[in-house]
Design a protein around this ligand. Structure first.
Ligand SMILES: Nc1ncnc2c1ncn2[C@@H]1O[C@H](COP(=O)(O)OP(=O)(O)OP(=O)(O)O)[C@@H](O)[C@H]1O
Ligand SMILES: [Mg+2]
Length: 378
């Protein structure tokens, strides 16, 4: 009975129940109410793949749209970011041409996003600072604002990020226009931030870790969509689904989705066996969808580190990994940190590491053999 599956195991899709992020959402709400002087008016969401960063950008956009703001949404890619942002700002501005202030005010008062017909214009110079300045002024007069969201910031050209940062620093922070910013990035952007390679502007943004959901939030994320679809689930079965999800947002959706698919009749009650079946399918999926893309971004030494972990059942000690790789323990610590940030491993204590996902070990074992990476000593 796979019809009307309420779960959404798709990257970039807002979940049916956005669990565990209420405090962040309240802070954002307050920031947009307060204005440019609020610390969260410019904010960065940082987390591993599938942790729920894009879902947070979507949520921030929803908050401002409800307040009648405009939104500019961009994905960072290696180049063209400034040009695309400029085009979007100019297009929004073009919507004001011929619009009276009364009209802007009335749309704003109607309480949802102002949508303008894009019109070609030569009135406004194609310059991001000028366009955002004017947009900010127009919207500010109407008691409204614009939120710029940029996803995948880690993939942006640093020069362009710096340029964007300098513009926003001026338009928003210095001159107080209602041009807010929310960005999302993988944890390795922290290296750029900490080492001062990124824009000062990014360093000054509030940073939120989009981390694992706790057990209560995971339960909420699984149970609420089921309740809304009039399904029932045995208490033990729900516990098992919560445990298998490990607080990882994407896994929550996968477990929910495949459990629903496996269930004979959700409204009659989802059984423990059906959840076990769903978990099984979810674990097989996560390898292909999450572990493989992360693996592809890793260096060969990162991969050898992971291969060296596969000899252990349960956790691996860093000292043993270092020995198997033929490196010093302090060197192994550096790679532990890198892999932690990439989301491949989790540490329960400083010297013990384990794979972050249950299926990662089998996946890494087969991949390492395929690539003839250095195998751990028996
Ligand atoms: N708070 C949450 N509660 C429940 N499910 C969530 C939550 N946040 C995100 N999800 C779900 O998890 C999945 C991954 O979310 P999202 O695409 O936002 O991750 P991401 O961090 O942007 O990943 P990537 O770095 O790969 O882009 C989606 O299916 C989404 O619906
Ligand atoms: Mg994303």
């Amino acid at each position: 009975m796979a019809r009307n599956n309420p779960f959404s195991p798709t990257f970039g899709t807002s979940p049916p129940a956005l669990a565990g992020r209420d405090e962040i959402l309240e802070d954002l709400d307050e920031a947009y109410e307060t204005g440019p002087m609020h610390p969260d008016f410019t904010v960065l969401f940082i987390g591993v793949r599938g942790a729920g960063k894009t879902a947070m950008l979507n949520a921030a956009e929803d908050i401002v749209r409800e307040q009648g703001w405009l939104v500019i949404t961009e994905q960072a890619s290696p180049d063209g970011l400034i040009e695309r942002l400029t085009n979007r700002a100019v297009t929004l501005l073009a919507g004001f041409a011929g619009e009276s202030r009364r009209r802007v005010g009335s749309v704003q008062a109607a309480g949802f996003g102002v949508s303008f017909e894009p019109r070609a214009t030569t009135e406004h110079p194609p310059d991001l600072r000028a366009a955002l300045t004017e947009l900010g002024d127009r919207l500010g007069e109407a008691g409204s604002g614009v939120l710029i969201t940029i996803d995948e910031l880690h993939a942006a050209d640093l020069g362009e990020v710096r340029e964007f940062g300098a513009i926003l620093q001026h338009v928003t922070r210095r001159e107080g226009r209602p041009v807010a910013f929310a960005g999302a990035a993988l944890p390795y952007i922290e290296d750029d931030l900490l080492e001062g390679r990124a824009a000062t502007f990014l360093q000054r943004c509030s940073r939120y870790d989009i981390g694992l959901l706790d057990a209560a939030a995971t339960r909420h994320a699984l149970k609420v969509p089921m309740d809304r679809s009039s399904a029932a689930i045995e208490a033990g079965a729900l516990d098992r689904a919560v445990e298998a999800s490990n607080g990882y947002a994407f896994m929550v959706q996968l477990v929910g989705f495949y459990t629903w698919k496996a269930a004979h009749d959700p409204s009659a009650g989802i059984s423990d066996a059906e959840v076990a079946d769903g978990i099984d399918r979810a674990e097989r999926r996560i390898g292909r969808l999450v572990i493989a893309p992360t693996w592809n971004d890793l260096s060969n030494t990162d991969r050898r580190f992971l291969a060296a972990m596969t000899a252990d059942t349960g956790g691996s000690s860093l000292a043993a990994i270092a020995q198997r790789m033929g490196v010093s323990t302090s060197y192994a610590h550096v790679y532990r940190r890198r892999l932690e940030r990439a989301g491949m491993i989790a540490t329960s204590d400083r010297n013990i590491v384990r794979f972050a996902y249950p299926t990662a070990k089998a996946w890494v074992t087969s991949k390492a053999a395929e690539l003839s990476l250095q195998q751990p000593a028996p």
